[in-house]
Design a protein around this ligand. Structure first.
Ligand SMILES: Cc1ncc(COP(=O)(O)O)c(C=O)c1O
Length: 415
């Protein structure tokens, strides 16, 4: 069963049949504990908040709306550093052939640095992942080269340079930057730490996904402090799909047979996962071209095969949105109902809330709402995956009203 309306597209996953063994292998509570133990040693590391929006929940007649707010994670404005730093750690551990977990103090010790020599970490990014790798390389005293594509905004590039990385601008899109860095890394002996996978390159992207489980373990701890066993629904945004796979895989590993309903949300201009599920033959699909969207973090045309394996089996529904849905989400976060917290959310961070509000407020998406069984008991989780990562564009949207919702989709009917 699938449906469209002019501004939102959605597709229910007909083949949903999660491979629980795979989810357990990659995202078990023990994997999450290890990742969290590593992250907690990083100086200045703090749990990010899980914020409740009770007024918005009441307005929409749902039990709870919860936002894991990653906008200030390690002062890097995004969740991405969790994956990048953990993969760098695991990579170094593998070079040292260390069986035991290494402490952060060992990792930064002169002895370990001398043993390793200078490493050049290399990655392609649409902004946030590169910033996380540059940060980790600088902390550990190594070098870093980051390739960005031609449309990457200046503030995002400067943020990466701020951590001492060399940034090179590559013609084409994110996927072209990935292809180029692989070629150049081979020539120069750089260590590629990519958040997307390909044939023969899966271990590091898997470590990155496992790094994201720190956030999931925090969420579950925070929910249990509220007397909530687990959310009923999770809306998660996707570029290559690594974050979504980690979230969904984690929940299936933790609650086998009873995981939350997970909805994957993409920009309509970069809907490679949607198209992959639409094709119906379990194989990922690639899209090409400019991938023109304000959701820079989600502007990816090729699913990560490791992530796709989980998503095709375990995601409940795939949704695509035009840019103004993300802009709407940013404005909702920035102008909360009285009593709800104010949240700084960038384009890629806010699209899921924008999508939910469209789903809940518009009669014509009733089928989607019914399929997802969103009702008064629902506890809905969002991840605000980024804060203000592009201040100029952020102001254009929040202050100047860029990317407005077309008049015909104004939600001025009753909720
Ligand atoms: C802010 C933000 N949100 C979500 C994502 C999506 O993550 P993934 O590419 O793993 O799907 C990204 C990716 O860079 C991002 O930067």
């Amino acid at each position: 069963m699938n449906n469209t309306r002019p501004d939102l597209k959605w597709l229910f996953n007909q083949h949903k049949n999660p491979d629980l063994t795979l989810c357990q292998k990659l995202f078990s509570p023990e994997v999450a504990r290890k990742a969290r133990r590593f992250h907690r040693q990083i100086p200045g590391f703090k749990m990010s908040p899980l914020l409740a929006l009770p007024q918005l929940a009441q307005m929409f007649g749902v039990g709870g709306i919860w936002v894991k707010d990653e906008s200030e994670r390690l002062q890097l404005n995004s969740f991405k550093v969790l994956g990048g730093s953990y993969a760098v750690y695991k990579y170094i551990k593998s070079l040292l052939k260390a069986d035991e977990e290494l402490t952060y103090a060992e990792l930064t010790s002169t002895e370990v640095r001398q043993q390793l020599g200078k490493i050049t970490f290399a990655t392609a990014t649409d902004g946030n992942h590169g910033r996380g790798i540059a940060w980790a390389a600088e902390k550990l005293g190594h070098d870093c080269v980051v390739y960005v594509h031609a449309e990457t905004s200046r503030p995002r590039i400067e943020a990466i340079r701020g951590y001492g990385a060399t940034v090179k601008i590559i013609a084409g899109n994110y996927d072209d930057a990935v292809r180029q860095i692989v070629v150049d890394a081979e020539k120069n002996g750089w260590a590629v730490i990519s958040d997307t996978s390909w044939d023969g390159y899966t271990e590091i992207p898997t470590w990155i996904m496992q790094g994201y489980t720190t956030m999931m373990a925090e969420i579950q701890e925070q929910f249990s402090g509220q007397g909530i066993t687990r959310p009923t629904h999770v809306f998660v945004q996707a570029g290559v799909g690594a974050l979504a796979a980690a979230v969904i895989g984690y929940y299936h590993a933790l609650f086998p047979g009873d995981a939350p309903r997970c909805v994957v949300v993409e920009p309509e201009a970069a809907d490679c996962l949607f198209r992959s599920i639409e094709a119906g033959d379990e194989k990922p699909r690639t899209i090409d071209g400019k991938l023109d969207t304000i959701m820079a973090g989600l502007a990816c045309g090729e699913p990560s095969p490791v992530a796709w394996e989980i998503l095709r089996q375990a995601a409940c529904c795939f949704v695509t949105c035009p840019d103004y849905v993300a802009a709407k989400g940013m404005r909702i976060y920035a102008t909360p109902l009285a009593g709800d917290p104010f949240i700084v959310s960038g384009e890629s961070g806010a699209v899921t809330l924008g999508a939910l509000v469209s789903i809940l407020r518009e009669n014509c998406v009733g089928e989607l709402r019914d399929f997802l069984k969103i009702n008064h008991d629902s506890q809905i989780l969002f991840i605000n995956t980024e804060g203000n990562t592009d201040p100029v564009h952020f102001r254009q949207i929040i202050w100047e009203g860029a990317n407005p919702v077309p008049r015909e989709y104004w939600t001025d009917s009753a909720a």
